[in-house]
Design a protein around this ligand. Structure first.
Ligand code: ADP
Ligand code: MG
Ligand code: MG
Length: 958
C-alpha cells in the first residue's frame, strides 16, 4: 500500500525529467499537428505518444480513442471515440492527465510549452467551426471541462461559453441576430467563471449561490418565473451586476482576454482535482490521487438559442431498474447542466419526439449505435442547436445493483455480450442491494390509508428507508459520526458538496430535479434509497421544515421527525414503516415466495449460476447455528469454514456452566463443569451437522480469552457465587485474577487448550459424538466429515499437543460407539510465526486456514478494535489505501500467506487451504486468495453471493 505514495513521487520525478526534454518534443509535436496527423490517426488504439500533451478530436476523426482513458480521461477518450464512429461531436482537444501531474509537480503552474500546443489546437478548431476565439465579429466560444480516468460526475468543474467579453458578446448577438441568446450565454459564463475560477461561493450554508440570488432578484423584478423568460435587456443588466458583484467580493476585474480566460479555466479544472469533494469522492471510490484529471476544451453548441434548441441527458436503459427502455430528460432553451441542476423541472425524453421529431429520431438511432458499439448501457449528454443534434458526452452509465444485474443478464440474452462479460460487469458489492429490505406491504398500505402519503416523486434509488429528517448534509455527517444510523437527508436539491452527508444517510429525497439529477446519480452509485422531484414539498431551511398540502390538510415535517421513503415507488410517507425482507431473501431464506413470481430473484439466480460455473475457488460460510447454516447453504455455501464454538456458549443454558468451568481452581472442578457443557455442545454440533447434510464443517476449538465469558454486573457475580458455593468476594478475586493487560495477545487460542487440555478434550468429544450420531441418522447419505481446527498456533509443538488430545478423544468415542468416521485436524495460520514456520507446522496439519483478522492485527501490531483511531488520517495520508481489516494487505499480510502456502504445499502438494477471516467476503481479497491458490474462502452467510461472484471474476482474470 505505501508503494502508492512512492510511485507518485517517482512519477513526478520522472515528469520533471521529462519536462527538460519537452522543449524539444513540443516542436516536433507542433510539426506533427501540421504534417503527421495521418500517422497518429493510423494507430488510434496505441495512439499515445510520449511527450504529447494535447489530443485533437472532431471533423469525423480523432487523435485519441476510447482505449486511451488513462491519458485522456473518460470524457476525452469517449469524445474522441464518438467522433471516430461518425457521431456529431463539436470539435475540440484534450489536455492529458499527465499534464495535471506536471501542473502539481510545478507547484500549480502549467508547463510553459502548453500555450503553444493550445494555440495550435484552437486554430484547428477555428478552421472547423469557422469562427475565431476573441474575434469581435465572429467569436468562437468553448467549454472547458474536466474528465478523469474514472468518471467522477459533478465532482470537478466545467465552464461554458468561454471566450465571451463585452466585444464578443455584442458580436455574437449581431451574428446570431439573437441578443437574448448572446447575453444569456454571457451571464452564464460569468457566473461559472466567477464560481470556479474566481471563487465566488456562498458564504454560509443557509445562503444561496451569489449569482442565483441576483438572478432570482431579476426574475422577481421582471415578474417572470423561470430564467428562459428573461428578456435580453434584463440579461444585459445581469451581466453588469454579476461583474460588479465579483469586483465587490473578490476585488478583481473580470478578465476580458479569451486566452487569459482559457488559462485561468484550465488551471481551475486541474485544481478542482484536489478540491474537497473530489478528494472525498476518490477516497470513497478508491481512486488514487496521482491519476490526475484531463481537461477538455470543446467548441460550444447552444441549447439556449431559442425554442428549437434544447439540452438533455439520457440513459440507453433505465439505470434504476435496468429495464430496456430509453430513459432521459431534456429542457428546451437551456444550457449545460440546467437539467442536472434542476433549474427547471425537465421533461421526459419521449416528449422530444413531438417537439423536435428529427433530432429525436437521430437520438434513438444513436442510442442503438452506442449500445452496439460499447456493448453496455450508456449515459449520454446531448444538445440540440437550431434543431441539429450534437453529442457532448457518453460513458458507461452508473446504475443500481438491481440494474447492474438485470442489464448484464439481459445483454447476454440479447447476445450483445457473452456470459463471462456479464460476470465481469457486476460489481460484487452491488449484490448487497438485492438482499436489502423493502417496506412490509401491509404496513405501507395501512400508512397510505391513514393519509400519511406526503408526496410522490421519481424513484431514483431502489430500496426502502425509514429514518429521521435532516436538512443539511454537514449535520447528517455530524449525527452519523455520533452513531445516528437512521437518517433521511431531505433537500430542495443536492449538490456535489453534499456527498459526505449523503453517504452518512440511509437515503435522501429532493423536491427538485429529475432522474438524472445529482442526487439521483449519487444514490445509484452509493446504493442509497433515493427519491427526486417531489415538487409538492416546499422547504424552509431557516425554519428547518418541509411543508406539503395533502388531502388531510397542511403537513409540516420538522427536523428530527420520522419519514419513510420507498425508492421503488417514489413515495414519501410520514412516520415510520416496518420493513420486510427482499425478494431474494423471501425465495431463498424464508421460502415464502415462488421464484416464478420473483423476477429480481430470477436474474440473480441466473447470474449466480454462471458465476458458479466459472469460479475455481470454493465458498464456505462462517456460521454457528443451524439456521445460519441453512441460510448459508441457500446462499451457496459448500461447507462451513469456521464454526466459532465460543458463540455457542453465550446461550441462556450454557453461560452458567461455562462460568463455573472458568472460575474452577482445579482440574476436578473444571471437569465437573465441562461435563455439564458436553451434552449442550454435542447438541449444537449435531444441529450444525444436520443442517449441512454431509458438507464439510470446520470447527474451531475455544479461542477467546476466558474473562470475556465472565459476568460484568453484580447480579451475574452473585449468581455465579451461589452456583459455585463461593462468596461474592471470592468470585471477584477470581475475575480479577483472570484480567490480562492485553487479552488479544494473552491467554487465548490454543494456549487455553494447552493449559487446560480438558477443554479441548470435551469439545473434541462433543464433535465426534455428534458426528457419529448424525451420520447414523441417514445411513445412505454422505457421512459427516468434521474438520477440527486449532487456533492461534505459532509452533508445531502447540499443534502436536492439541492434536494428540483430539485424536485420543476420537479414538475413545469411536471405540465406545463402535463406529469410525474420517476427520481432519488442521490449524489456523493467524500469527506471523505460524506463517514463517509453516514448513514445520504442516507436518502435523491436514489443512491450513488463514485467520486474516488476527494475522492482520499481529502483522501490523495494530488491534482491530483500535483501528478507527488511526484509520481516517492513515487513509488521508495514503499510508493505507484501504482499511487492512477490510481488504487483505497484499504486501505484508499477503506475503506471509504466500509464504505459508508455498511451504505447506512443498511438503503436502494437496494440502487443503482456506481463509476464514472477514476478508473472505471482500472481493479484492477473494481475488488474492484465488491468485495464491487457496481452495476456498469462508465468509459470513450474507456475503456469500459476493464471494461467489468475486471468485468467478478472479477466475476469469487469470
Ligand atoms: P460533468 O463532468 O459534470 O458531466 P461536463 O463537462 O459534461 O460536466 O459539462 C457539463 C455540461 O455542460 C454538459 O452536460 C453539457 O451539457 C454542457 N457542455 C459541455 N461542453 C459543452 C459544449 N461544448 N457545448 C455545449 N454544452 C456543453
Ligand atoms: Mg460538472
Ligand atoms: Mg457531463
Amino acid at each position: 500500500m505505501p508503494s502508492l505514495t512512492k510511485s507518485a513521487k517517482a512519477k513526478s520525478k520522472l515528469l520533471v525529467k521529462q519536462l527538460k526534454k519537452v522543449a524539444k518534443a513540443v516542436k516536433s509535436v507542433k510539426n506533427g499537428h501540421k504534417n503527421g496527423i495521418k500517422t497518429s490517426f493510423a494507430a488510434p488504439k496505441t495512439g499515445a505518444k510520449a511527450g504529447k500533451r494535447v489530443y485533437f478530436f472532431g471533423g469525423g476523426k480523432s487523435e485519441g480513442s476510447k482505449e486511451m482513458k488513462n491519458l485522456l480521461g473518460g470524457k476525452g477518450a469517449n469524445l474522441a471515440e464518438m467522433a471516430n464512429i461518425g457521431l456529431p461531436v463539436p470539435p475540440g482537444f484534450t489536455i492529458t492527465t499527465e499534464v495535471c501531474t506536471e501542473f502539481y509537480a510545478l507547484g500549480k503552474k502549467l508547463p510553459k510549452s502548453l500555450d503553444a500546443d493550445m494555440r495550435a489546437n484552437i486554430s484547428r478548431m477555428e478552421k472547423l467551426v469557422g469562427a475565431k476565439l476573441g474575434d469581435a465579429a465572429n467569436p468562437l466560444l468553448v467549454s472547458v471541462r474536466s474528465g478523469a480516468r474514472a468518471s467522477m460526475p459533478g465532482m470537478m468543474d466545467t465552464i461554458l461559453n468561454l471566450g465571451l467579453n463585452d466585444k464578443t458578446a455584442a458580436g455574437l448577438a449581431a451574428k446570431s441576430g439573437n441578443e437574448r441568446f448572446a447575453f444569456d450565454s454571457y451571464r452564464r459564463f460569468i457566473a461559472m467563471y466567477g464560481d470556479v475560477v474566481l471563487g465566488m461561493k456562498p458564504e454560509k450554508k443557509e445562503d444561496h449561490d451569489p449569482f442565483d440570488v441576483l438572478l432570482d432578484r431579476k426574475k422577481r423584478q421582471r415578474g417572470v418565473k423561470v430564467d428562459s423568460e428573461l428578456p435580453a435587456d434584463a440579461l444585459k443588466e445581469l451581466v453588469s451586476e454579476f461583474k460588479a458583484e465579483i469586483k465587490a467580493r473578490v476585488g478583481v476585474d473580470f478578465p476580458e482576454d479569451p486566452y487569459a480566460q482559457l488559462e485561468g479555466a484550465i488551471k481551475a479544472v486541474f485544481q478542482s482535482w484536489q478540491n474537497d469533494r473530489a478528494n472525498l469522492y476518490r477516497r470513497l471510490n478508491n481512486i488514487p490521487a496521482e491519476w490526475g484529471t484531463a481537461v477538455n476544451v470543446q467548441a460550444m453548441v447552444f441549447g439556449n438559442k431559442g425554442n428549437d434548441s434544447a439540452t438533455g441527458v439520457c440513459f440507453t436503459r433505465d439505470p434504476a431498474s435496468g429495464e430496456n427502455v430509453f430513459y432521459g430528460e431534456f429542457l428546451v432553451n437551456a444550457q449545460g447542466e440546467d437539467v442536472v441542476a434542476g433549474i427547471r423541472t425537465p421533461e421526459k425524453i419521449e416528449a422530444l419526439g413531438k417537439i423536435m421529431p428529427k433530432a429525436y429520431k437521430e437520438l434513438l438511432d444513436i442510442r442503438k449505435k452506442l449500445e452496439k458499439h460499447y456493448k453496455d448501457m450508456q449515459d449520454i449528454e446531448f444538445t440540440i442547436e437550431g434543431g441539429k443534434l450534437y453529442m457532448l458526452q457518453c460513458r458507461s452509465g452508473k446504475r443500481t445493483g438491481f440494474a447492474s444485474v438485470r442489464i448484464a443478464v439481459e445483454m447476454v440474452d440479447e447476445k450483445l455480450i457473452p456470459k463471462e462479460e456479464a460476470i465481469r460487469r457486476v460489481e460484487p458489492e452491488a449484490l448487497n442491494q438485492l438482499l436489502r429490505p423493502v417496506f412490509l406491504p401491509s404496513a405501507k398500505k395501512a400508512a397510505i390509508e391513514e393519509g400519511r402519503l406526503l408526496a410522490k416523486g421519481l424513484p431514483a434509488g431502489p430500496g426502502a428507508a425509514t429514518g429521521k429528517v435532516v436538512f443539511f448534509a454537514d449535520e447528517a455527517e455530524a449525527l452519523a459520526a455520533k452513531g445516528e444510523t437512521n437518517l433521511i437527508l431531505c433537500r430542495h436539491e443536492t449538490s456535489p458538496e453534499d456527498i459526505r452527508g449523503m453517504n452518512a444517510s440511509l437515503g435522501f429525497m429532493t423536491a427538485f430535479g429529475g432522474m438524472t439529477s445529482h442526487a439521483a446519480l449519487v444514490a445509484r452509485q452509493m446504493g442509497k434509497v433515493c427519491i427526486v422531484g417531489c415538487d409538492a414539498l416546499s422547504f424552509d431551511y431557516h425554519a428547518r421544515t418541509m411543508t406539503v398540502e395533502t388531502a388531510k390538510g397542511t403537513v409540516v415535517v420538522k427536523e428530527g421527525d420520522w419519514i419513510s421513503i420507498d425508492g421503488f415507488a417514489g413515495e414519501v410517507i410520514n412516520g415510520r414503516i416496518e420493513t420486510a425482507p427482499s425478494e431474494v431473501i423471501r425465495v431463498l431464506i424464508e421460502k415464502n415466495l415462488d421464484p416464478k413470481e420473483a423476477p429480481v430473484f430470477q436474474t440473480y439466480a441466473k447470474l449466480m449460476s454462471w458465476a458458479d460455473a466459472a469460479r475455481k475457488l470454493r465458498v464456505r460460510a462462517n456460521a454457528v447455528q443451524p439456521d445460519q447454516a441453512e441460510a448459508s447453504v441457500a446462499f451457496g455455501a459448500e461447507g462451513i469454514g469456521l464454526c466459532r464454538t465460543e458463540h455457542m456458549f453465550f446461550g441462556e443454558d450454557k453461560i452458567g456452566p461455562m462460568r463455573e468451568m472458568i472460575v474452577a481452581e482445579n482440574e476436578a472442578d473444571r471437569r465437573a463443569a465441562l461435563a455439564k457443557l458436553l451434552p449442550l455442545q454435542r447438541a449444537d454440533f449435531a444441529g450444525l451437522f444436520r443442517a449441512m447434510k454431509g458438507r464439510p464443517v470446520t470447527v474451531r476449538t475455544l479461542d477467546p480469552p476466558l474473562h470475556e465469558f465472565l459476568p460484568h454486573d453484580e447480579a451475574g457475580v452473585r449468581a455465579l457465587a451461589t452456583a459455585t458455593g463461593r462468596t461474592v468476594e471470592q468470585v471477584h478475586a477470581r475475575i480479577e485474577e483472570l484480567k490480562e493487560s492485553n487479552p488479544m495477545l494473552g491467554h487465548r487460542g490454543c494456549r487455553l487448550g494447552i493449559t487446560y487440555p480438558e477443554i479441548t478434550e470435551m469439545q473434541a468429544r462433543a464433535i465426534f459424538e455428534a458426528a457419529v450420531e448424525v451420520s447414523a441418522e441417514s445411513p445412505g447419505a454422505q457421512a459427516v466429515i468434521p474438520e477440527i481446527m486449532i487456533p492461534l498456533v505459532g509452533t508445531k509443538k502447540e499443534l502436536d499437543l492439541q492434536a494428540a488430545v483430539v485424536r485420543k478423544a476420537a479414538a475413545d468415542v469411536f471405540a465406545e460407539k463402535g463406529k469410525k468416521l474420517p476427520y481432519l485436524i488442521g490449524t489456523m495460520i493467524e500469527v506471523p510465526r505460524a506463517a514463517l514456520t509453516a514448513g514445520e507446522i504442516v507436518d502435523s496439519a491436514e489443512f491450513f486456514s488463514f485467520g486474516t483478522n488476527d494475522l492482520t492485527q499481529t502483522t501490523f501490531g495494530l488491534s482491530r478494535d483500535d483501528v478507527p483511531r488511526v484509520l481516517a488520517s492513515y487513509l488521508e495520508h495514503e499510508i493505507y489505501t484501504v482499511d487492512p481489516f477490510v481488504s487483505v494487505d497484499r504486501a505484508g499480510v499477503g506475503s506471509l500467506m504466500k509464504m505459508a502456502v508455498a511451504a505447506g504445499r512443498a511438503k503436502k502438494p494437496k494440502l487443503k487451504l482456506g481463509i476464514c477471516g472477514e476478508h473472505g467476503g471482500d472481493p479484492a481479497s477473494v481475488e488474492f486468495c484465488h491468485e495464491i491458490g487457496l481452495d476456498y474462502v469462508s465468509c459470513s452467510p450474507y456475503r456469500l453471493p459476493i464471494a461467489r461472484l468475486a471468485a468467478a471474476q478472479a477466475a476469469l482474470k487469470s
